[in-house]
Design a protein. Structure first.
Length: 67
């Protein structure tokens, strides 16, 4: 599955890389919401996908902090 490979990829990254990816995902989410508000967004499902990716990144960060 696509998501399993994404999670495995996240688990191999360092905490600094994960934080950078988290910031980038949050910026992307902001831009998608802005486009949605101005009726410029074609693929609204992308918002849900990015939100789930943010949650995945935060989960991996928490797992690494506890380990």
């Amino acid at each position: 599955m696509k998501t399993n490979k994404y999670v495995e990829e996240l688990q191999t990254k360092s905490e600094a890389e994960l934080n950078q990816e988290l910031v980038a995902a949050k910026k992307e989410l902001f831009n998608l919401r802005f486009q949605n508000a101005t009726n410029q967004l074609d693929n609204t499902a992308r918002i849900k996908e990015v939100r789930k990716n943010i949650a995945r990144i935060q989960t991996v960060i928490t797992q690494k902090a506890r380990a």
